[in-house]
Design a protein around this ligand. Structure first.
Ligand SMILES: O=C(O)CCC(=O)C(=O)O
Ligand SMILES: [Fe+2]
Length: 308
């Protein structure tokens, strides 16, 4: 497995892949000895939607989820960063002029049935009571955000290695779990642990499922936040519908006991709203709140800054 670094690589070194993980630029070294996954595993979760899925079928799915998420995962202007965002509003990779995408984001969606069985199957993956995560998504304001993303066509089509082709810079999500519904245009790519980009092609009836930064923190890195990007390979336009499942900004996430080895420090609980603001502001240099807090030390940023 390659290392993840927070120091910039030496100038001229193209052996490190940059990704946005907040205020600190992060790099994953491209390994000389690859061994990580090269195709995205697909997990059939249809049994979960049957009226009475058996415990053994739920456990089988949970085991597949555990294995996929631990290797880097997949299963199949408005103050709170909601509403319309024009082209180039986000800039996840500061080396680009901005992301070639426009977005409409709606927040605070009510709990949907699928969120119920998703949190249950993830609890089962850790051998926990299936209700272990239920409180995260009901005790707090539901923070599921739905976005509609549009990546415009590019003429002429970008060539391989052309920065223009990066429609959404490399990043991991500021969510617990993200489900992405794609149209038929292949553009989503996942960075494996070797530092190599792998296609996550659209397949009818599937969602791409990204482990988000909160789930990574909560599992002390047992589940690895999925680093991904959108690269326009053919010039064609594309639509996608991500759904970000996230606990409310007031939640605090402690590391799960089952993810701490004996004698190991448990680590500090994560303040969901605090981590969120430290992730979203640096990605939106033009946002009014980012401009307002540009010279304020990051440790003083609070989720409430988004409200005015
Ligand atoms: O458009 C996609 O497929 C991915 C979108 C995404 O990664 C995001 O909005 O965080
Ligand atoms: Fe994403």
């Amino acid at each position: 497995m390659s290392e993840t670094l927070t120091e910039p690589p030496p100038a001229g070194d193209d052996e490190d892949v940059f990704f946005h993980s907040g205020t600190t630029p992060t790099y994953r070294k491209v390994t000389k000895t690859p061994g990580a996954f090269t195709t995205i595993p697909t997990i059939d979760i249809s049994a979960l939607t049957s009226p009475t899925p058996s415990l053994s079928s739920r456990q089988q799915i949970a085991a597949q989820i555990y294995s996929a998420c631990s290797m880097t995962a997949h299963v199949h202007k408005n103050p709170a960063i909601r509403g319309f965002e024009p082209m180039f509003e986000t800039r996840l990779d500061p080396r680009t002029r901005g992301d070639t995408k426009e977005a409409f984001t709606m927040g605070d969606c009510p709990l949907e049935p699928e969120q119920g069985y998703i949190s249950k199957i993830f609890a089962l993956a850790f051998g926990l009571e299936e209700t272990a995560f239920a409180g995260l998504f009901s005790r707090f304001l539901i923070w599921g955000m739905r976005a509609r993303l549009h990546y415009p066509p590019l003429t002429p089509p970008p060539t391989e290695g052309d920065a223009e082709g990066i429609s959404l810079g490399a990043h991991s999500d500021f969510s617990w779990l993200t489900l992405v519904l794609q149209d038929s245009v292949a553009a989503l790519e996942i960075l494996n642990k070797d530092g190599v980009w792998i296609d996550a092609p659209p397949a009818p009836g599937t969602f791409v499922c990204n482990v988000g930064q909160y789930l990574e923190r909560q599992t002390a890195g047992r589940f690895v936040a999925t680093v991904h990007r959108v690269r326009n390979k053919t010039g064609a336009g594309r639509y996608s519908l991500p759904f970000f499942l996230t606990p409310g900004p007031g939640a605090r996430l402690g590391v799960l006991e089952c993810c701490v080895e004996e004698g190991e420090e448990r680590g500090e609980a994560v303040d969901v709203g605090g981590l969120y603001i430290r992730r979203v502001l640096p990605a939106r240099p033009k946002h009014l709140t980012s401009i307002k807090y540009r010279d304020v030390p990051e440790k003083e940023w609070r989720y409430e800054c988004l409200y005015g």
